[in-house]
Design a protein around this ligand. Structure first.
Ligand code: SF4
Ligand code: SF4
Length: 437
């Protein structure tokens, strides 16, 4: 694609990077076929190609974002299916990241929209605040129907629909500690505790720590870890996201220098995509660029790390598992085979749903801010998952777990919870009392 940026515009490294990305796009439109919003809405401006044109026009003319650009960029899930599909290697992820930061700096959103976004950014990344918000949500439930009828209040209705009625107590495993390996030591890793996940389902990190330590790996929960920054990063709140990234880089660098680390284990693929991008996010920060790149190179999804340990194959269990590959897993991190191979080797009968490349509609805060599109995608996803006739659904991202669970009675668990069970751990709580064969 031809571009017309001035030398003065290209002096801004963010613009220079976006220009390089834009020039790679050859307008072929292959990406439209796999874009969930284009497939759902059928509007070119809600396709990757349409959004690329909107971003190009906005940046090239050096103008503030307008309502049209914001509408169509806000509808983008950042699922990155377009990146997987694109034959020209267009780095849409960094282009839309730049567009979102530009929108945040130059566009004044309507009051209610600003309020909801401010609440999400102030609550979700902090486990204690998030826990309190879920507890308080029961008081708001009687008003959910009222909220759903007023467009500006719809995000509150979506929050109430997603908020679980009960949450488990905080886990002792979330506290800073070193969990020693059982038997001969095979490695040492740090684990990202996370922000929303330990509140919604602390059993995921518990299963991870139990499984890894049984396999001979020391697992450190380092002191001072914070949210990875992904939620605010996707809202265009660059400074808040970079502050989180710097804090985590400091924590893991200290751990790396003091005890050595083979990997930084991540159990939510949405976080994994962001942490693997820390090196890029902090590339212009001389004090952090090198440390951040090192952290990114150590970041591993739990299934990536387990695949490197070569677990012994188990007897078939006769349990059908539908595997839902989160967008951040398959498109963001290009991890497609390891989770399924691990589940198969652990004795599960793994099935792939149709349209596995399409997002479930969760996408960070998307299911709150864009609930209509999100609901349509969830319905489609659940139909495809249920068609495989599974006893259980497995995935590697808490956002997808929460989203899909509101659309089906089939239990959904994290892949590592099934693996922990298969390799000597407890059966996941959600599967107890269910006929599994
Ligand atoms: S990230 Fe997903 S929703 Fe956004 S343009 Fe690409 S395919 Fe479409
Ligand atoms: S597939 Fe790639 S090159 Fe083709 S229109 Fe989409 S982004 Fe551009």
């Amino acid at each position: 694609m031809q571009t017309n940026f001035t030398p003065a515009q290209l002096a801004d490294p963010h613009v220079a990077e976006s220009e390089k990305i834009l020039r790679k796009c050859v307008h072929c439109g292959f990406c439209t076929a796999t874009c969930p919003t284009y497939v759902t809405l059928g509007n070119e401006l809600d396709s990757p190609r349409g959004r690329i044109y909107l971003i190009k026009d906005m940046l090239e003319n050096g103008r503030p974002a307008d309502a049209e650009v914001v509408t169509h960029i806000d509808r983008c899930l950042s699922c990155l299916a377009c990146v997987t599909t694109c034959p020209s290697g267009v780095d849409y992820m960094h282009l839309v990241d730049h567009a979102r930061a530009h929108i945040e700096k130059t566009y004044k959103r309507p009051f209610m929209n600003r309020l909801v976004r401010a609440i999400l950014a102030a609550v979700l990344p902090y486990p204690d605040r998030f826990r309190l918000a879920i507890k308080l949500s029961s008081a708001g439930r009687p008003f959910a129907g009222l909220f759903a009828r007023a467009p500006a209040l719809k995000p509150f209705a979506a929050m109430l629909a997603l908020a679980p009625r009960r949450i488990p107590p905080a886990s002792a495993y979330a506290a800073a500690a070193s969990h020693p390996p059982v038997g001969e030591k095979r490695g040492r890793v740090a684990i990202l505790t996370g922000c929303a996940q330990p509140v919604l389902d602390p059993g995921i990190n518990e299963a991870t720590i139990r499984l890894l330590t049984r396999l001979g790996v020391e697992v450190v929960v380092p002191k001072g870890e914070v949210c990875c920054g992904s939620l605010v990063h996707h809202m265009g709140r660059e400074e808040q996201a970079l502050a989180s990234a710097r804090a985590n880089v400091d924590v893991w660098t200290r751990e790396l220098e003091e005890g050595g680390l083979d990997a930084i284990i991540i159990t939510a693929s949405g976080c994994g995509t962001t942490i693997k991008d820390y090196g890029h996010m902090l590339r212009l920060d001389a004090a952090y660029a090198e440390k951040a790149a090192r952290v990114s190179s150590l970041a591993k999804d739990i299934t990536e790390y387990l695949a490197s340990l070569e677990l012994p194959a188990q007897m078939p269990k006769g349990i059908i598992v539908a595997y839902h590959s989160a967008c951040s897993m398959q498109h963001g991190q290009k991890i497609t085979m390891a989770p399924k191979q691990l589940l198969k080797a652990a004795g599960f009968n793994v099935r792939d749903p149709a349209e596995g490349h399409l997002c479930c509609g969760s996408a960070g805060t998307y299911n709150i801010m864009q609930s209509d599109i999100s609901d349509a995608l969830k319905t489609r996803k659940v139909k495809n998952l249920e068609a495989t006739k599974p006893r259980v659904i497995a995935t590697g991202n808490i956002g997808c777990m929460m989203q899909i669970a509101t659309g089906t009675a089939i239990p959904i668990v994290h892949t590592v919870q099934l693996l922990d069970w298969a390799y000597g751990g407890d059966m996941p709580e959600k599967l107890k009392d269910l006929p599994l064969a």
